[in-house]
Design a protein around this ligand. Structure first.
Ligand SMILES: Cc1cc2nc3c(=O)[nH]c(=O)nc-3n(C[C@H](O)[C@H](O)[C@H](O)COP(=O)(O)O)c2cc1C
Length: 208
């Protein structure tokens, strides 16, 4: 199994990267092949709204370091997205990638049905690290989980580290989170469905 892994924190060895790497290590031990995209080391821009991917092409026409990441997400059956919560959302570096996912929408996506150019049934692992406790910022997970489902992914496998403060090594000292990362890798590799509990999010007019 190939895994396209997007590491979205500007900290290359921060908490979300630590949990993502723990997942990838276990998955690779079980035979997976991970391709890592460390956004902080890459040069790229956000979507320019040119709409060429809706009128002339099937892909984003911008050519930069995100091109290969988008191609890998399109080609690969399993995708991992890792990020901290920044200012109540994902960091700008990752948001630029999510905006470029717009190219995965078919032209009439806003009609709400049959919206995705991605093959259905891909798996997605969402790794989130945050300073705040569990009861906070679940909406970030819900919104991106909705988006993943809209693009045809199976229910999200969630690896969520809360109460991590600002210490980049906090996740490495949390055996429960490190075990969650490894357990999730075993589930994914065994083809077991996600057991993550993510309250559903509703966007009127779109069916997931
Ligand atoms: C610019 C910035 C904004 C942040 N905003 C939030 C926030 O809104 N909510 C929160 O819980 N933590 C917030 N944090 C804390 C990070 O989510 C937390 O330190 C996380 O563990 C960092 O993960 P990383 O090491 O993978 O980057 C913020 C940190 C920074 C640097």
């Amino acid at each position: 199994m190939k895994i396209a892994a997007v590491l979205g924190s500007p900290r290359l060895k921060g908490n979300s990267a630590t949990l993502a790497e723990e997942f990838l290590r276990e998955a690779e031990r079980l035979g997976a092949e991970g391709e890592r995209f460390r956004l902080q080391t890459m040069k790229y821009g956000g979507c320019t709204g040119c709409n060429t991917c809706k009128t002339k092409t099937e892909c984003c026409v911008l050519k930069d370091d995100l091109s290969r990441a988008l191609e890998a997400i399109r080609e690969t059956e399993t995708v991992l997205i890792a990020a901290p919560v920044y200012a109540f959302d994902i960091p700008a570096q990752l948001k630029a990638l999510m905006d470029r996912w717009y190219s995965f929408f078919k032209p009439y996506y806003y009609r709400g049905k049959d919206v995705s150019r991605l093959a259905p049934g891909k798996k997605i692992i969402f790794v989130i690290a945050q300073r705040a406790p569990e009861g906070t910022f679940m909406d970030v997970v819900q919104r991106y989980d909705f988006m993943f489902k809209l693009f045809g992914f199976q229910p999200t496998y969630l690896i969520r580290g809360c109460n991590l403060g600002d210490d980049p090594e906090a996740a490495a000292r949390r055996p429960d989170l490190m075990e969650l990362a490894r357990k999730t890798a075993r589930q994914v590799m065994a083809g077991e469905p996600s057991t993550s509990e993510i309250p559903s999010y509703v966007v009127r007019g779109f069916q997931v």
